[in-house]
Each structure stands twice: as C-alpha cells, then as structure tokens.
Design a binder for this molecule. Structure first.
Ligand SMILES: Nc1ncnc2c1ncn2[C@@H]1O[C@H](COP(=O)(O)OP(=O)(O)O)[C@@H](O)[C@H]1O
Ligand SMILES: [Mg+2]
Length: 407
C-alpha cells in the first residue's frame, strides 16, 4: 500500500512514503514504536521539535477528559480545557479513535504549525502519541471561537463593538497573509471559517485547525486535491473542479468578513428566502446601494458606517467568481487597514454554490452522508496522486464527494 504521508513531501520532493501495515510512530521525542492505528499507517518520523505529552498527564489535566471540561467539538474529535503540569492552561484536542481522516489531519496539523509562529495563529504546545491515542495540545484561548460567540445566537457576553470586529478582521487577514505569502512553502489553510477563528482574552483572533492545510511551493499555481472544507465557505472552482489555490482561502475569508460585519452566519434557513444566503443578500444590497443595511443592527448605530460598508465591499471583492479577480491576502490587508483603496469599478457578482449545496442536503436527508464521506476519501487518494504538477488534469467532482466539515 502506498500512502502519501505529508503534503510538504508531495509538493517539495515529489516523494512517496511507502507504508506497511505496521507503521512507526513516535512515542516520545526521537524514539519509535511500531503501532497500528485505525487503518492508516503513516511514518511521522520527520516531525521534529514537538513536545510529547504522556496520556497520563493529559488525562490528569482534563480531569479524565470530563464532560465539564469539554469546550468544543469538531470533525476531528472533542476538545477539552486542561491545566498542564507546568500550570499553563491548554486546549486538548482528542482525535476520535475511529477517525481515518483524522489521522491524516492530525499529522498535517502538527507539520503545519510546529514550524510557524505568529500572533494571529494558534500555538501548538505539543502532542501525545501513545498506543491508540492521538492528541494535540494548544494554548488555551479564553473566548472560544467566533462561531460560538459572535454567531452563537446571543449566548455570549462579549460586546462585539465595531472596533473589536475591525480588529478581528484585520488580525485574521494578517494571519492568513503570513500563511500565504511569508511562510515557505506557502500554506493554504482550506478551512477558514468562524469556528476556526479563536479569540484570546483581549479578543485578538487566532486562526486554528490546520488539519486540512496544504503546502504549496512557489512554482506551483494550484493543487488538485479532494474537496474538503465547509459548505458555505467553499470557493466554487474548488468545490466543482477540486482546484485549490490560495484564492480559495481568499473566498472563504470574504465570506467570513461578511459574517463578522453582519453578525450572521452565511446561511440561515430561518430567514425569508431572499435573505437566507449572506452572499446573495450582500450582492443585492450592493447593487441597490444599500450595503449599510447589512451591518449588524446589534451595533445600534455605534459603528463607523463608511468603514463597515468598505469591509462589506472587500468581502464582495474576495468572493468574486473568478479566482484571478480576487486579490492576494496582503492586498486585502492593505484595503482593510486603509493603506489601499477598494476598487469596485469592475466588481463582479459573487459565485454561489448553494444550489449544489441543497443537493447535498437532500442526499444527507436520504441518509447517504456516510457513503459520501467514504467515497470522498477514496477519491482523495486518487486525486492526491496527481497533485504535484501544474498541468494536472482534474477529476470532475460531483458534490456527493465533498467532505463537509461543518462543525
Ligand atoms: N485553543 C483553543 N482554545 C479554546 N477553544 C478551542 C481551542 N481549540 C479548539 N477549541 C474549540 O474546539 C472547537 C473545535 O476545534 P478545532 O481545532 O476546530 O477542531 P476540529 O478539527 O475538530 O474542527 C473550536 O471551534 C473551539 O470551539
Ligand atoms: Mg474546526
């Protein structure tokens, strides 16, 4: 069996990791043990500079992974708050034992963030690889995710003033510009969304969840890969043709920007039909010259109107149908902080894939969700095998093979 272990290798060295049924996995820094884990065996021997925690320490830190300490749930598994032996608070992310895709995400996440350090990216303290346990340990962020607080239906006590929102948008843009343009090889996050932006005590945003990240070396224009991500944030060229570039992150960022300014999620089926999709609504209001109505009424007039409209326009600039028309992240950052004007002279309509998403929903309702995920991962390996060239041919992906991580 041949599996590709780490995206970095795929792209930089075009090499494969040949696996056997018994893989070699770290138990502690520098030593190996032969371990079999959930059917995917990957050599992580090249992952360095990672702290390894014992399972016992993490069990103690989370009071036995108690429900009371559970702070989040994602596609990967559960996340618990815990106090480490050195006294620092940590978010401890436990890969669910059955998760095949999770093992890949686990490795990707370690590889992606151990080597980078930025104030707008979460900090990985280390991990635990012991018997069947796969656990990631992060710095704990007091104010959880934007999905839980800003978009969480009023259950948060945080006052998201305009200044706070502005600062959050700029911070996310900084983190993303760093990943896209400063880190070598560049990193495409692939899952930018409200639940993957965490807030610290001072409401500074930190991009988290690098489980789907892809490394892209400067000479590559795109990667052809399996489609993974979260429905409402997926760029159409990526969703339909499995073609991922940094511009697909820009699209997701544009959606997120509109969510932050409007204080509502990208899709809300409880609203009247014409308001259900944030992008459609934003475009309609833009055409009528009424973007101000998109700004969160919760701000109750306490907002820099001109700037909030500008942010909405930047959201629309980022979600244009053609990836070429979307700006690079450093340009977006300049627009947000006022160093560059936002040019909407030739602004084109955002592309929206909700018709296809409705088709997925119908499938889910018919109970095909499990089949969908399985087929996606079969596809993913096939597609990944052709990911390293610029002249790759693309498999036509149907929406039944999207891996939806909408948690
Ligand atoms: N460092 C952290 N501090 C506080 N809460 C966190 C932290 N990391 C994750 N969480 C919570 O757990 C949720 C899931 O974490 P995430 O890393 O996105 O996992 P998944 O890969 O399963 O989506 C987040 O949306 C957030 O609510
Ligand atoms: Mg997540």
């Amino acid at each position: 069996m041949i599996f590709r272990a780490l995206e970095f290798d795929q792209l930089e060295h075009q090499s494969y990791s040949v696996m056997t049924c018994c893989s070699h996995l770290f138990t502690k820094k520098g030593s190996f043990s032969a371990t079999r884990f959930t059917g995917i065996d990957i050599d992580i021997s090249e992952i360095q500079n990672v702290n390894f925690y014992t399972y016992k320490e993490l069990r103690v830190a989370t009071k036995g992974f108690s429900l009371a300490n559970k702070i989040g749930q994602g596609g990967f598994g559960s996340v618990y708050k815990g106090k480490l032996r050195n006294g620092s608070l940590a978010a401890i992310k436990v890969l669910s034992a059955q998760s095949r895709q999770g093992v890949r995400e686990f490795l990707t996440e370690i590889k992606a963030i151990t080597s980078i350090d930025h104030e707008n990216l979460v900090q990985l303290y280390g991990c635990c690889v012991e018997e069947n346990h796969r656990i990631l340990v992060y710095g704990y962020l007091e104010n959880n995710s934007l999905a839980q607080t800003l978009l969480g239906g009023g259950h948060s006590s945080i006052q998201f003033s305009w200044i706070v929102r502005r600062n959050i948008c700029i911070g996310i843009a900084r983190g993303l510009a760093f990943l896209h343009e400063e880190v070598r090889p560049h990193i495409i996050h692939r899952d930018i969304k409200a639940s993957n932006v965490l807030l610290d005590n001072d409401l500074q945003p930190k991009i988290s969840d690098f489980g789907l990240a892809k490394f892209i070396s400067p000479n590559l224009t795109h990667i052809s890969t399996c489609v993974a991500g979260t429905a409402g944030y997926l760029a159409p060229e990526y969703a339909i043709r499995s073609r991922v570039t940094r511009k697909s992150d820009i699209y997701s960022f544009g959606v997120l920007l509109l969510e932050i300014v409007s204080g509502r999620p990208n899709t809300n089926r409880r609203l009247p039909a014409e308001e259900q999709y944030l992008l459609t609504r934003a475009w309609n209001l833009y055409e009528k010259g009424e973007l101000e109505s998109l700004v969160d009424s919760f701000l109750d007039g306490d907002v820099n109107v001109e700037e909030s409209i500008k942010f909405c326009k930047i959201g629309l600039v980022c979600t244009q149908d053609s990836p070429q028309l979307r700006p690079h992240m450093s340009t977006v950052l300049k627009m947000l902080n006022g160093e560059k004007d936002v040019n909407v002279k030739n602004l084109t309509k955002p592309s929206m894939i909700f018709e296809f998403l409705e088709a997925i929903d119908e499938e889910k309702q018919k109970g095909k969700a499990e089949i969908t995920n399985t087929s996606m991962f079969t596809d993913s390996r096939k597609l990944d095998d052709s990911s390293s060239g610029t002249d790759t041919s693309f498999a036509t992906m149907t929406f039944t093979s999207i891996y939806d991580r909408s948690n």
